[in-house]
Design a protein around this ligand. Sequence first.
Ligand code: BES
Ligand code: ZN
Ligand code: ZN
Length: 519
Amino acid sequence: MKRMITRIAFQDAATFASPLLTVFAVDIAIGKEATPLPTLLTTSDTISDAAAAFLTGGEFKASVGETLLLHAPSGLKCERLLIVGLGKAKLLSPHQVRLGAGTAIRTAKLKSIRNCAIAFPEDRSLSDEALEDLPCSQTTRALVEGAYIADFDPDTYSTDRKDKSIDVLSVVSSTPERSTQMEIQEGFAEGNILGTSIAFTQALVNEPGNVLTPTVLGGRAKAMCIEFGIQCEVYSTPKLKELGMGAFLGVTQGSAEPPALIVMTYDPPSAPAAGTPVFGLVGKGITFDTGGISIKGADGMEKMKYDMAGAAAMIGAMRAIAQLKPAARVISVVCSAENMPSGTAYKPGDVLTAMSGKTIEVMNTDAEGRLVLADGLHYAKQLGATQLIDAATLTGACVVALGVNNAGLFSNDEATCEAFQTAMRRAGESFWRLPCTDDYKEYIKSSIADIMNTGMNRWGGAISGAMFLKEFVGDTPWIHLDIAGVAWVENQRSYIAKGPSGVAVRSIVEWVRELSPKP
Ligand code: BES
Ligand code: ZN
Ligand code: ZN
């Protein structure tokens, strides 16, 4: 994969030579009805003067995602000045900068500009209070992340693909303060780690099912682990049998493609003190979900190649963790298989015995994700995980409940869930908590076995999925992320192409860091 080169320049953005310089703008008018007062987030008079006439004209309001392009701006070294709106000044946060940087990159790509610069948001006119919400390190990190996410385009296999990926991104800051420069540098380094890891996840999710089989996914994970110096084992059917992973095996048996059980382990540079959490990151890696014998309809089935987005998020998170080096052990278990109908496929009515010993009545072979995760979660616990998190494109019901703006969040532990919510806010991602209290247990009660793999009816389908998983985590604090609605962007936005979103990587990494001992 060709990589965007990123660099920092500490100089006045007005003197920075570039085909395209982006400067952010906010609306400082107070109140909903007020006439917008777009203001550039720069301390450079030259830049402000160059744009003044366009900002006072009323046509640019600095609303989120709005852009204004000026050619040959007077007094500036850049060939074009792109002004990107970040919305109301009062609502300014690093996340707005993430989206703004994404908008800048998408705009540059549309114009086949491969070398661009973004001026770090600096300000004179905002109150101290507003600036407090824009810490340098976090803001730089968000800016770089947003740029990588936006640089991704899904047309990998188009033969007349005009590779419009960005070659060079420069972040330009005029700050003379050494300490601020160091903060910006720190955020820049983190942004590069997270940004490239999210792009890695996006690339995996984008792959078609015929290319990215479970074996190939295992190979990609292994190569990544070798590159970043963490352990990785990729197992297949014999190991699943040895471990007694009856639920996972049930799903795999209809496919000619062998499954992959991918186990990645990160160990911190020095041995953690006793009592330090061990994280277990479990991902659903169905490389194609036909539904199996309970086959899906033809409409939209091609999208089921992204049914491994949970796995890809975990692999991407491990890629970032290997570089950020938190002071705790992190184990990731990815369960990858194809869900196919065939003469050897598992059938509705079959009873499977999970690794934990629990028996499962298969009501619907299309509820396969929870089956592979059941064994993955149990195995992660057996490997020593004391904090579990799983990510899965688990249910259409979650999409019905929350749409595409929020993913589902479930947890059996308040402290762990709060830590995750703190992490997701910092990461700028949206997960909405749904219940999985024991009163829902009756939904998955089976008459022949311990539990069944669907709810008794269609009501609360996302919750039934979570309740099923909960059966396999026991007392271990656990988070379940149902990313079915958010892993694939159906309608492109100003900051992201139609295609894989790379969701959950940032929140998972941030959660691990939140609960790890601080240096
Ligand atoms: N992979 C699907 C869920 C899904 C739906 C992902 C839409 C992305 C977009 C999952 O395996 C599935 O088919 N779930 C069933 C469960 C049902 C049979 C209980 C569903 O949601 O319909
Ligand atoms: Zn399914
Ligand atoms: Zn599925």
